[in-house]
Write a protein that binds this ligand. Structure first.
Ligand code: SAM
Length: 247
């Protein structure tokens, strides 16, 4: 998987991506990153890439031409049309299902905005996927693109040490993951649930599934709408919702 990021702050993308799991995956050649500075494609001698908005209003707008020239250069390197994700608070809100869909691509281009955003005309020309990371406004698209690249990367085969680690995590089957415990078995008088020490795999699986249902009902009841629950699990979820005042 290769990420091509069009940004005014390539060093921010590089620093964020070169550490920890994604950094190791890059060393192994499983992930590649090309952070491209939009300013290198400025069309004036002062290397300015922003200007005042037509119609007035606060702030500056990134101009169309540098963004388009940058895109053309990236596309030429890739050699074909690929999806262009524009990070914007106005886009579809990113989720695990979208991460899975993007992880199936070989190349992805991310376009990071700044200031008040980017001239609409170039967005109409090149963007295939406007995506938001949540209903709040950040100063630029760099952190959102790092968030998306991280979530997508861990679904690329081999990136996580153990390929199974991405299975059964939160949002798989629209449920949150069960609570996790590690040694010691007793910490400050708090014990690990006994079933986890039993070595009985079927009982452990059943306990974990039940905990997932309970936790989802308590913390993210909205997810239950699309969760595949048995009749018994549905009754359990409804009991939790009633006790939480959600029903
Ligand atoms: N004026 C724009 C609006 O109201 O929609 C917000 C511009 S924001 C200050 C600057 C840039 O930050 C955006 O172009 C976008 O790339 C990025 N950004 C801000 N919040 C974001 C979010 N929640 N998700 C994705 N990108 C975001």
């Amino acid at each position: 998987m290769k990420f091509h990021v069009m940004t005014l702050f390539p060093e921010m993308i590089e620093q964020g991506f070169h550490s920890s799991i994604t950094g190791r995956a890059m060393e192994k050649g499983l992930l590649q990153l090309d952070a491209v500075n939009i300013r290198d494609y400025a069309v004036n001698k002062h290397m300015r890439v922003d200007d005042y908005p037509y119609g007035g209003g606060a702030g500056m707008v990134m101009q169309a031409e540098p963004v388009y020239r940058c895109y053309e250069a990236v596309k030429e390197k890739i050699g074909r049309d690929v999806r262009v994700i524009y990070l914007t608070p106005q886009g579809r809100v990113f989720n695990q299902k979208m991460a899975e869909e993007f992880a199936a691509e070989e190349d992805l281009i991310f376009l990071c905005g700044h200031y008040e955003g980017i001239d609409e005309r170039v967005l109409e020309e090149i963007v295939t996927d406007p995506v938001s990371i949540g209903d709040y406004v950040l100063t630029g698209g760099e952190l959102p693109s790092l968030v998306m690249m991280d979530a997508i990367s861990r679904l690329v085969p081999g990136v996580l040490g153990n390929d199974m680690s991405a299975v059964g995590e939160s949002f798989a089957d629209s449920l949150l993951e069960y609570p996790q415990y590690s040694r010691p078995a007793v910490w400050r008088e708090k014990e690990v649930p006994e079933v986890l020490l039993s070595g009985h795999h079927a009982n452990v699986d059943a306990w974990r599934r039940e905990q997932s249902v309970i936790r989802t009902a308590k913390w993210r009841p909205d997810l239950l709408e699309t969760a595949q629950l048995t009749k018994k699990e549905r009754i359990l979820a409804e009991k939790i919702l009633a006790s939480e005042g959600e029903l």
